[in-house]
Design a protein around this ligand. Structure first.
Ligand SMILES: Cc1cc2nc3c(=O)[nH]c(=O)nc-3n(C[C@H](O)[C@H](O)[C@H](O)COP(=O)(O)OP(=O)(O)OC[C@H]3O[C@@H](n4cnc5c(N)ncnc54)[C@H](O)[C@@H]3O)c2cc1C
Length: 368
């Protein structure tokens, strides 16, 4: 089968490699992306390792500490106590990109795709490139990260929900690191995550109202002081390694991420709130569902198989999107009653191994 993959981000890279037993062409126009700190679930790590992607940088994730500023009670999830080797790995997105380059099993064509046509009764799906070349295929996989108007041009109308939030990303060092441990700290302004990158280095991700986020980028010193105040002495003294950058957050999803001869994956199919660190993990679980459904498919059967794969992924998509939004919304309600309940719940969960196991496995998409 001839398969065209549009987009060579992590999702397009994994998809192209998993379908490499077909004739795959991967188009990826070069763009500069910000360095993001990604929490890769153990299921994602396993999927990447099975493709021989060398994951050498960053830190294995063995502990997750969840707390709320000014509220007693916290939860500490420890992989070893739950019978797991690790929850996954934390890695810089640019290191992940380099890891793909070190294991180049699929050639990348750097031309930009400017339009896509779905399958019609008389012809297969096709793409048109920036130099006006037309490429026909049996299946076109859109992994453009929602970064191009291709989805809309196919008549697919994404649903949007504004969070009224932006993420501020920054690399920091701390004076009292705790190895392999990530911190999720809910603050009045929004959830703040500190993800271990090895040694004293952490990736800081703080979801904030847009005006506060902009102020943070304009005045990095005050931003760091606010982050320090939010974390207290959890990890000692914070110092900046990079300047903060801001990414506006929006929830965006396609109800049916397919058309005849077309399948949409990754951020193009759904962009979710990063609070639970699930966007890429969810997307790669979707890749697995569709790749499994395509095994042994014939040309006549292709569209039905894509639909089967997307349906198998549907519950996971819905649940992960809803859970990620809910987490932010619950902690955004500043009421003493809510704080009492969430503080007590975190304390209870801290001692409840079965519930912890459930949370850890849900984070890996095992119940969807
Ligand atoms: C602040 C923040 C924190 C996050 N943290 C986590 C986390 O901890 N864990 C997690 O799992 N996820 C996380 N995510 C989500 C994760 O970053 C995304 O889900 C993931 O990067 C999406 O990958 P992708 O391949 O779909 O898109 P992208 O990485 O955006 O790649 C799309 C590619 O397509 C190319 N492209 C676009 N249009 C065209 C075209 N017309 N022709 C050719 N090429 C094209 C682009 O150049 C690009 O290379 C986070 C997101 C944010 C914003």
């Amino acid at each position: 089968m001839r398969i065209v993959v549009i987009g060579g981000g992590p999702v397009g890279q994994v998809l192209a490699r998993r379908l490499a037993y077909h004739e795959v062409t991967l188009f990826d126009r070069p763009v500069t992306k910000p360095a993001m700190t990604l929490a890769l679930a153990e299921t994602t790590v396993k999927q990447l390792e099975a493709l021989n992607i060398p994951l050498e940088t960053g830190s294995v994730l063995q502990t997750v500490h969840v707390s709320e500023r000014g509220v007693p009670g916290s939860m500490r999830l420890e992989a070893s106590r739950l019978g797991l080797d690790a929850f996954g790995r934390v890695m810089c997105s640019l290191d992940l990109e380099r890891a793909f380059q070190k294991s180049p099993s699929v050639q990348i064509d750097p031309r930009s795709v400017i339009s896509v046509r779905a399958r019609s009764q008389t012809r297969g799906p096709s793409v048109r490139l920036e130099d006006e070349t037309e490429v026909t295929a049996d299946l076109v996989c859109l992994c453009d990260g929602g970064r191009s108007p291709l989805v809309e041009s196919l008549g697919m109308m994404p649903q949007y929900r504004e969070f009224g939030r932006s993420a501020v990303l920054m690399r920091v060092e701390v004076s009292q690191p705790r190895m392999h441990c990530a911190f999720e700290r809910f603050t009045r302004s929004g959830p703040l995550a500190l993800l271990p990158l090895g040694g004293p280095r952490y990736g800081l991700v703080w979801s904030l109202p847009p005006d506060q986020a902009i102020r943070g980028v304009e005045d990095p010193e005050t931003f760091l002081a606010l982050a320090q105040a939010a974390l207290g002495d959890l990890l000692g003294q914070l110092s900046a390694v990079t300047l903060p950058v801001v990414i506006p957050l929006v929830e965006r999803w396609l109800e049916t991420p397919y058309r005849p001869g077309i399948a949409v994956f990754g951020n193009g199919a759904q962009t979710i709130h990063p609070v639970a660190g699930q966007g890429l993990n969810l997307a790669l679980r979707g890749v697995s569902r569709v790749v499994e459904a395509l095994e042994g498919a014939s040309l006549n059967d292709l569209d039905r198989r894509v639909q089967m794969g997307c349906r198998a992924w549907r519950r996971d998509r819905g649940q992960t999107r809803a859970a990620s939004s809910l987490l932010e919304q619950v902690f955004a309600w500043h009421h003493p009653f809510r704080q009492l309940v969430s503080g007590a719940t975190l304390s209870l969960l801290d001692h409840h191994q079965l519930a912890q196991r459930w949370i850890a496995e849900a984070g890996m998409g095992r119940y969807a």
